[in-house]
Write a protein that binds this ligand. Structure first.
Ligand code: PMT
Length: 405
């Protein structure tokens, strides 16, 4: 039986050439049993007529916030409450920018602002607009608020260019809607993650640390959680709020992180080491603040335990995913780390100042596993996390079903 039977979906249409595909999407949603009400922005009407979408949805199409007949009964609030899901397809760069800024200057953005139901966006725009840092910022902001971003795909564009920005095909969007109502792809899976830096004290006021902000690890925790996984996040000191539904354990040093991981790791199915764990710590921590007396001062360092390698070496290890932070030859060094640490999968990123990685909102990864690789191009960390989670789940499922045989 279709999971969409009786589901109420507001399909928002903003201004973009991909609006022609929305006609087919509405048809598919209705065929799958969903009730669909369409809301169009004024720009959308330049690309497809309300009459077409009215015929396909079987309901009057709503266009204006100032429609006296509908708004007599506060129609926008009624629509905001009616829906089980609001899906905006296509979501133009302008529409996302207005949503990101919290604006309510047309019926669609007003409904989104008023609604407490889940919202999904299917972005569609020229590749240059998608790559623009303003759009990346808006997408990041919306994703942080829990709005799902489905797509875009890469390929030939109506403007004659090629790149990311094509709206997903109606069949793919139907699948995303079905998955949304089915529950996440990670339902029942327990994930243990590390994120952020560690701090290794030198004396009561100083420490050794690194530039990790925790953004990548927290984005992963959010992405796993939104797929239905039970997520425990062991975090070094960061200035980020805990993603909804995630259990967080705060630690400071590598030794504390190791203890927090090793006491919980037997209860997880997937372990992801995204933390930038200090490889060394001062051999001795001074009890009092070290005085500025000598011209030179050496600090003796001792190796910290390798948490990732220790997890992978367990007799019954979870599916283990590491990261490799490199300033050169990322793929080569990451491959060496994957083998040396015995992990199932490793995600390599460049972390030299101009390249992303640390602190920034964007990142790019090369994901490596035995006999395979996938490059995930530079994009917002939340989007990237979703793409990485997909890769992890595909390979986790494959390993899992092989073990079950
Ligand atoms: O936090 P952000 O500002 O968003 O930046 C994200 C990031 C760059 C920190 C992240 O994408 C990343 O690369 N994390 C891993 C950083 C790191 O420590 O890389 P590494 O190549 O030194 O370590 C390899 C792997 O071993 C990592 O999975 C690390 O967690 C793990 N490790 C390392 C040392 C150690 N003592 N114990 C470990 O478990």
């Amino acid at each position: 039986m279709s999971v969409l039977i009786g589901r109420k979906i507001v399909v928002g249409v903003s201004g973009g050439i991909a609006a022609y595909k929305t006609a087919q999407l509405i048809r598919l949603l209705r065929l799958a049993g969903a009730q669909v009400r369409v809301v169009m922005t004024p720009a959308a009407e330049q690309f497809i007529t309300p009459l077409t979408l009215q015929a396909l949805s079987g309901e009057p199409v709503r266009q204006s916030l100032f429609d006296a007949a509908h708004e007599a009964a506060m129609g926008h609030i009624e629509l905001a409450r009616w829906a089980d899901l609001i899906l905006i397809a296509p979501a133009s760069a302008d529409c996302m920018a207005r949503m990101s800024a919290g604006m309510a200057d047309d019926l669609l953005t007003t409904i989104c602002l008023a609604s407490e139901v889940p919202i999904a966006l299917a972005p569609a725009m020229n590749q240059g607009m998608w790559r623009n840092s303003a759009t990346a910022y808006n997408v990041h902001t919306l994703a942080q608020r829990g709005i799902a971003i489905w797509g875009p795909a890469e390929g030939d564009q109506a403007c004659g260019e090629t790149g990311p920005g094509r709206m997903l095909e109606p069949e793919q969007l139907l699948q995303s809607v079905q998955q949304f109502f089915q529950g996440g792809r990670a339902n029942g899976i327990r994930v243990l993650l590390t994120a952020g830096p560690t701090r290794e004290p030198i004396d009561p006021v100083r420490f050794l640390s690194n530039r990790s902000s925790g953004k990548m690890g927290f984005a992963l925790a959010r992405a796993f959680s939104s797929e239905g996984a039970g997520v425990t996040l062991v975090s070094g000191p960061v200035a980020l709020s805990t993603p909804a539904g995630v259990t967080r354990i705060d630690v400071e040093t590598a030794l504390e992180m190791e203890a927090a991981v090793m006491t919980r790791v037997t209860e997880c199915d997937i372990f992801v080491g995204c933390a930038a764990v200090a490889d060394y710590r001062p051999a001795v921590v001074a009890e009092q603040k070290i005085k500025k007396l000598a011209q030179k001062r050496a600090i003796e360092l001792v190796r910290n335990p390798d948490i990732l390698a220790a997890v992978a070496a367990l007799p019954r290890p979870p599916f283990t995913v590491g990261f490799a932070a490199e300033t050169e030859r990322p793929e080569e060094y990451a491959q060496e780390k994957r083998k040396a640490k015995g992990v199932d999968m490793i995600a390599a990123n460049l972390v030299a100042a101009a390249q992303g990685g640390f602190e920034r909102d964007e990142n790019a990864l090369i994901v490596l596993w035995e006999g395979g690789r996938k490059a995930l191009p530079m994009t917002d960390k939340q989007q990237l996390a979703q793409l990485l989670v997909t890769q992890v789940l595909i390979h986790y499922e494959a390993t899992h079903s092989a073990e079950d045989c």
